[in-house]
Design a protein around this ligand. Structure first.
Ligand SMILES: Cc1cc2nc3c(=O)[nH]c(=O)nc-3n(C[C@H](O)[C@H](O)[C@H](O)COP(=O)(O)OP(=O)(O)OC[C@H]3O[C@@H](n4cnc5c(N)ncnc54)[C@H](O)[C@@H]3O)c2cc1C
Length: 426
């Protein structure tokens, strides 16, 4: 009997010999020692790259989830790696702690979010892995290993962003902050103004990001700042209705670009501004029901506006089938060896394509623009890079590979896809 697995968007599929959900760390260690290779861990399957794909074993840590311990004085919490972010938020709120920042959704497992350097937005806010204080893994020989920032800083920096290839994460301690409240505002402005004022607008808030709505000439800017005001209702989300309208205009008016552009512009200009105050856990995540595939590149911050202008021109000239908004964020620099934010303030640009359509022509055309500006791809989103490219983009690449070999000397976690990423001969 064959097992089948697919990622969230349906782009990546696998038929492993075994899909396992160990009940505890002991059972997980047995699997690492004995299950068919390669052994790939799945979080929530929300990556667009074939990181989880395996013909051997796919392991889910869904039963290895929840809070282990916490410390109120330092705002630290030790959690099991299978914990989903949505559940983590509520666990933390219950102990008076909050995640300093979050991305678009709360469906990922914390192990999966760490595995690809998942991030939100804010020039002074790092991705999830920057919260790591300790890491516990089962290594490639089934042994438990513990690292801490205090005693093994290099190992934390090597294994914090690990693509499921530096052992299986079982528990992590996160440096959180005390619970807080955010004022979130959204408004629409011409993309020309947004690109002109990019640096001041993005740096003017604790967290800022914007979406460019293709063929409209307009962006929607989203700013969040700490607030101690009373909570007000979060407006009902209408992103899905907006997408349905953009899809319909794309389908009906694909070959009438000026009429399509005029109608989209009219609709976008009418989008009401938002301004509300909510507790942190009610602000960040959205419901994403329309399936898409995505490419996101992390660029040197100052290159963001130029790269985006080129991506917009490419899309509007050659890809009338595209209708998903493009998302632009900033991320703080960090020290992690395989972090795309390694030692540089970053502007991240994400492009999306309806999962019902072939994403490759659009992604292949956009990728050289991102690469020209020195972009590093999001590990969990579509890209075509291999080991030789990463070696040039990551100054500590060779050291990271040496740590990987030490943790996984028999290549138990190496699949054909990750062998290409790491330059491993099989
Ligand atoms: C709708 C949607 C919205 C998204 N929004 C954002 C966003 O705002 N910001 C952003 O940066 N990304 C975003 N992403 C991408 C997503 O956050 C990443 O791809 C993330 O890695 C997915 O988490 P997951 O739990 O599904 O992990 P998976 O995709 O299942 O796995 C990702 C990697 O982590 C490894 N892994 C998982 N668990 C463990 C473990 N316990 N030990 C060791 N390795 C492990 C896997 O082997 C794999 O290499 C989004 C994706 C979707 C589909």
């Amino acid at each position: 009997m064959s097992n089948s697995w697919s990622n969230w968007s349906g782009l990546v599929t696998a038929s492993p010999k075994q899909i396992a959900t160990p009940a505890d760390v002991g059972a997980l260690a047995d699997l690492v020692r004995t299950a068919p290779s390669p052994l790939r861990v799945v979080g929530a399957g929300h990556s667009f790259t074939p990181l989880v794909q395996s013909e051997g074993t796919i392991v889910s840590l869904e039963k290895i989830a929840g809070l282990v311990s916490h410390d109120a004085a330092t705002n630290r919490a030790r959690v099991r790696a299978g914990t989903r972010l949505g559940s983590l938020m509520h666990i933390l709120e219950g102990i008076g702690q909050g995640l300093p920042n979050m991305g678009d959704i709360d469906k990922q497992a914390i192990g999966g979010a760490l595995g690809t350097a998942t991030h939100g937005s804010g020039p002074k806010l790092g991705a999830y892995h920057t919260q790591l204080e300790t890491v516990q893994i089962v290594d490639g020989q089934g042994k438990l290993r513990d690292f801490s920032r205090t005693n093994d800083q290099d190992l934390i920096h090597a294994t914090g962003v690990a693509l499921g290839s530096f052992g299986v994460l079982t528990e992590v301690t996160l440096n959180n902050i005390a619970t807080y409240r955010l004022r979130r505002r959204k408004w629409v402005l011409p993309i020309a103004d947004m690109l002109r004022d990019f640096e001041t607008m993005m740096a003017g808030h604790r967290s800022a990001e914007f979406y460019y709505i293709p063929f409209s000439g307009y962006a929607q800017f989203i700013a969040s700042d700490i607030s101690d005001a009373a909570v007000t209702p979060r407006p009902t989300e209408d992103d899905e209705e907006g997408l349905a309208t953009l899809r319909k205009l794309r389908t009906v008016l694909r070959w009438l670009p000026s009429l399509r552009g005029a109608l989209i512009k009219g609709a976008v200009k009418k989008i009401a501004s938002e301004d509300y105050v909510q507790d942190w856990l009610n602000v960040y995540a959205s419901d994403r029901r329309t399936k898409f595939n995505e490419m996101e590149y992390h660029l040197p911050y100052e290159e963001g506006p130029k790269a985006l202008a080129e991506i917009i021109a490419l899309t509007e000239k050659h890809f009338p089938e595209v209708y998903f908004p493009m998302e632009v964020r900033s991320v703080a620099p960090d020290e992690f060896w395989l972090s795309p934010f390694h030692k540089r303030l970053t502007c991240s640009i994400a492009i999306h394509h309806d999962a019902a359509n072939d994403p490759l022509p659009f992604m292949r055309a956009a990728e050289p623009i991102f690469r020209k500006y020195g972009g590093r791809p999001h590990w969990g989103k579509m890209h075509s890079l291999k080991a030789a490219d990463f070696k040039k983009l990551y100054p500590r690449w060779d050291e990271a590979m040496a740590v990987r070999r030490d943790i996984d000397p028999d290549n138990r976690f190496v699949s054909p896809y990750t062998a290409g990423l790491f330059g491993i001969e099989r």
